[in-house]
Design a protein around this ligand. Structure first.
Ligand code: MEV
Length: 328
């Protein structure tokens, strides 16, 4: 038997970084997905190939043996090994597995590719071993893999990759699903600079340890922006959303997680008539988003590209993780 599963990437509209501490974040699944093909093996190895990333290798008793792409493959593939191990422990079954991972989501730029890969891996391997995992279990098992990637994740990335659509997510409190969301006129701008979420979350943590009385009010202000952003989003008030996005970017800048490239793309989008723009995800490089009236989206994309970024138009993905059996 062979099984495929896929899960979507995401953009955070409001509340990244603050959500690690308190308060909500607003996140949308995008119609770019990671797909994982899983098949059983006759031995006890886990083999993973990820041609889009140029890496492949084996895990045997927890040790990585590269087949292509050298040792750097270990950092990329280890979270998937964790996802597979936790899934097998949960289901009380063990077998060798081959995984093939294909991604439409650019990697390590804040669009949730690692969580989507973990969620799709748990779902595919879970089905291969007899199925029965609930979405909540899939998300929790993928969270274990996320912890390997970035230490103290809030859980937002695995949650959106599992459920899709639009969510208000709050650590420890769970999620509110935003049903009946209309399309939101967004452009994603990619600086092309990859970065590590764990490192950026650590940067904010260190700043907070040093300047607790300054950083906590910034975190509270971002959390408040996310609450107001939820209202504006539900009312379809693009102008207010734009204003809140601009403030959100300024506060993330103050937390030290923007970058000259991100600021350049944000400013270019605003100059081209975007209603609002901000970095999205962990920052430090990676992606920004710009909100614009539909007739300005083209001009905003062009401005992002002229400023050295690549632009991507993505719609909301209503569907979260999907899993299906493959014949042959
Ligand atoms: C990463 O997509 C979002 C962060 O807030 C980290 C997290 O919530 O785990 C930066």
């Amino acid at each position: 038997m062979r099984v495929k599963a896929s899960a979507p990437g995401k953009v955070i509209l409001f509340g990244e970084h603050s959500v690690v501490y308190r308060g909500p974040a607003i996140v949308l699944a995008i119609d770019r997905r990671v797909e994982v093909l899983a098949e059983p093996r006759g031995d006890d190895l886990l083999f993973i190939e990820a041609p889009d990333l140029g890496v492949s290798g084996f895990f045997h008793e927890g040790r990585y043996h590269p087949a292509a792409g050298g040792r750097r493959g270990e950092g990329v593939l280890r979270p998937l090994w964790v996802a597979v191990e936790r899934t097998m422990e949960r289901l009380g079954r063990k077998t060798g597995v081959s995984l093939s991972v294909a991604s439409e989501i650019p990697i390590a730029v804040g669009l949730g590719s690692s969580a989507a890969a973990s969620v799709a891996t748990v779902a595919a391997v879970g089905e291969l071993l007899g199925g029965g995992l609930t979405p909540e279990e899939i998300s929790l098992l993928a969270y274990e893999a996320e912890r390997v990637v970035h230490g103290t994740p809030s859980g937002i990335d695995n949650t959106i990759a599992t459920y899709g659509g639009g969510l208000v997510y709050e650590r420890g409190k769970g999620m509110e699903r935003l049903e009946s969301l209309r399309e939101i006129p967004l452009v994603i701008g990619n600086t092309g600079r990859s970065r590590s979420t764990g490192e950026l979350v650590g940067r904010v943590r260190r700043l907070r340890e040093k300047y607790r009385t300054l950083v906590d009010p910034i975190i509270d202000a971002i959390a408040h922006i996310a609450r107001l952003g939820r209202e504006a989003l539900l009312e379809g008030d693009l102008w207010r959303m734009g204003e809140l996005m601009r403030m959100n970017h300024g506060l993330l800048w103050a937390l030290g997680v923007s970058s000259p490239e991100l600021d350049r793309l944000v400013n270019a989008a605003l100059e081209a008539g975007a209603l609002g723009a901000k970095l999205t995800g962990a920052g430090g490089g990676g992606c920004m988003i710009a909100l614009a009236e539909p007739d300005r989206l083209g001009a905003v994309s062009t401005a992002i590209e002229r400023s050295g970024g690549s632009s991507l138009r993505a719609g909301i993905s209503r569907s979260g993780v999907r899993v299906w059996r493959v014949e042959g």
